[in-house]
Design a binder for this molecule. Structure first.
Ligand code: MN
Length: 131
């Protein structure tokens, strides 16, 4: 058993090359034999990822707050604590907080690193309009 106490997590700022707004993240799976990557991510109000995809897809578990997940159809879904969102392998999408709340979610992936697109989510995309 490995018990990591809350104060031991190392948080780092989300890069402005992959996130818009204030984002902090911390790795939650640190064992050398891990095949699953779990990352806790905290978004400030209005903060979100850039467009990206995951080689084997992604499970998002919303721990607290509320947010949005959008994809290339130009729409987004509202997410809240307790929700789970699955994004299939290779599907371009984004996620973040709502404009009036923080969002804390846990990202669970296998299959390697996130594939980032050099493209921020515009305000129009963030608000569900045409891109
Ligand atoms: Mn994602």
């Amino acid at each position: 058993m490995e018990h990591t106490r809350v104060g031991a997590f190392e948080w780092e700022r989300g890069s402005p090359e992959t996130f818009t707004g204030t984002v902090w993240s911390t790795p939650m799976s640190r064992s050398p034999e891990r095949t699953v990557t779990a990352i806790g991510v905290m978004f400030g109000p209005g903060a979100r990822t850039f467009w990206h995809s995951h080689p084997d897809g992604q499970v998002l578990y919303v721990a607290s707050g509320s947010g949005r997940v959008g994809n290339v159809d130009g729409k987004f879904v509202e997410i809240a604590a307790g929700d789970v969102v699955y994004t299939p392998a290779g599907e371009s999408h984004w996620h973040g907080a709502t404009s009036s709340s923080y969002l804390m979610h846990i990202s669970i992936t296998t299959g390697g690193a996130t594939v980032w697109e050099p493209r921020a989510v515009t305000d129009e995309e963030y608000n569900g309009g045409a891109s």
